[in-house]
Ligand binder design. Structure first.
Ligand code: ADP
Ligand code: ZN
Length: 428
């Protein structure tokens, strides 16, 4: 079995849209069995037969995270619970948690999706794949595990943290590929350096799959440089299975979003109307290849755009751009709207700056703390020059002047799991 699925991946747009329409109708049939969609479809008079084209998708109202919360735990289930074999749940720090259910077929399709992504970036059954994601509710663990096993790679479920052990596994097992979140990738590279390990000389690593949190192109380049690998961006979210929804191909210019699995829309989050093709808006996804809990027109809150034109790799599935952030990540400060990723993009341009940073907002003032890298020589005038130059570039980008604090390596907190880059004290 090869996971270069040419018939699907290079299907003509017309055939792809025909397949989407067929799967959409089937999904409406299935979803109608859930308490939630049963009510929605009745109100809107939606039946599979009333959907004649993909345009008709717009007749279906959006589904939101709030809907998932309100229907906790099983109100979105479209099949009897006995038919489900897995449940993933997000933490309920703000209200009810959310639940995502999977049937055996869903798990198999999801694994296929991940295997397809891995094959696309050159991974094969001869690779040794180490997954540094937390296992458990975080879908980056089991999602990649099943996908990598399906590909046939020797899969090491190392799980998160314990960098010394990660490095020992990489060395002893001859790991060639990691799945790793970007903030941990740079951290692991630092530990390598501290342990005198040169990844090019001492390891067989050639590829890393990075995702689960926003990161800039500059951070990707750093990861590639530090670990001596190619780094590919992977997008996933629990509500749409998890990792593998969209993935970069070798061109590294946008993530192919698998349109035999999802229908993609980009909307203006205020007017809820589609944005002109190519403009940034909120990603809205309709799952068309799931049975236990298909979500229709799900508002992801993630901001991206469609990259226009054909991809040189030959795949016909649309490409989405690296995320600008989530609509709820946007900071409004002194009337200026900005995203943390804009700050990261500037910081990562400076070799003298390290990989860890923290943005604190208090009383409408922004403080950016960033660690220095080992390239910084302990020189006071250099520190002053650097502070001035970074501040100037931040000001040009953000149109406001943050207070910049350069701090020693290792002095900012590190998280196990997704990095928390912003502390907004106005919210407490
Ligand atoms: P998972 O358990 O797979 O991390 P979650 O549902 O917890 O899924 O988180 C999904 C969210 O993580 C997305 O909506 C998005 O905001 C963020 N995310 C996932 N992948 C990426 C990526 N490659 N780039 C930026 N943000 C990402
Ligand atoms: Zn491509």
């Amino acid at each position: 079995m090869t996971y270069w699925q040419a018939d699907m991946e290079t299907m003509s747009r017309a055939d792809l849209e025909k397949l989407q329409l067929k799967r959409l109708k089937e999904t409406i049939q299935t979803a109608g069995n859930s308490t939630f969609y049963n009510k929605v479809f009745k109100e809107q008079k939606i039946t599979p037969d009333s959907i004649h084209s993909l345009e008709d998708l717009k007749r279906i109202p959006f589904t939101t995270k709030e809907d998932l919360r309100n229907n906790y735990p099983f109100g979105m289930a479209a099949v009897p619970i006995q038919k489900c074999v897995r449940l993933h749940s997000s933490s309920g720090t703000t209200g009810n948690p959310t639940v995502v259910l999977h049937s055996a077929k869903d798990i198999d399709e999801w694994a296929n999706q991940v295997a397809r992504c891995m094959y696309m970036v050159g991974l094969r059954n001869t690779d040794i794949f180490q997954n540094t994601s937390g296992y458990g509710m975080f879908t980056g663990g089991l999602g990649f595990q099943y996908g990598a096993e399906k590909l046939g790679a020797l899969t090491v479920p190392a799980a998160a943290g314990n960098s010394k052990r990660q490095l020992k596994f990489i060395a002893d097992f001859g790991t060639t590929c990691l799945h790793i979140i970007p903030s941990y990738a740079t951290r692991l590279a630092e530990v390598m350096q501290e342990s005198g390990i040169d990844p090019r000389r001492d390891t067989k690593l050639h590829t890393v799959c990075i995702g689960a949190e926003p990161h800039s192109e500059e951070q990707r380049k750093r990861i590639e440089e530090l670990l001596g690998v190619k780094a590919y961006n992977c997008f996933g979210m629990s509500e749409m299975n998890g990792p593998g929804v969209a993935f970069e191909c070798k061109e590294q210019n946008g993530l192919h979003i698998w349109e035999d699995y999802v229908i993609v829309e980009i909307i203006d989050p205020i007017t809820l109307e589609p944005v002109p093709e190519g403009e940034v808006g909120e990603l809205v996804l309709t799952a068309i290849n799931r049975e236990a809990m298909p979500l229709l027109r799900y508002r992801t809150r993630d901001l991206t755009r469609i990259i226009q034109g054909k991809c040189a790799c030959g795949r016909t599935h649309k490409r989405i751009d690296r995320f600008k952030g989530r609509s709820d990540d946007m900071l409004i400060l002194k009337g200026v709207n900005l995203f943390p990723i804009q700050i990261e993009t500037i910081l990562m341009k400076f070799n003298e700056l390290g990989n860890n940073y923290l943005i604190t907002i208090e009383n409408d003032e922004m403080q950016v703390e960033v660690e220095l890298s080992d390239l910084f020589t302990d020189d006071y005038s250099q520190l002053q020059r650097l502070t001035k130059e970074v501040t100037r570039q931040l000001k040009d980008e953000l149109l406001l002047t943050p207070k910049l604090k350069l701090v020693g390596r290792g002095s900012l907190p590190v998280q196990e799991g997704k990095a928390v880059r912003v502390k907004d004290l106005r919210k407490f």
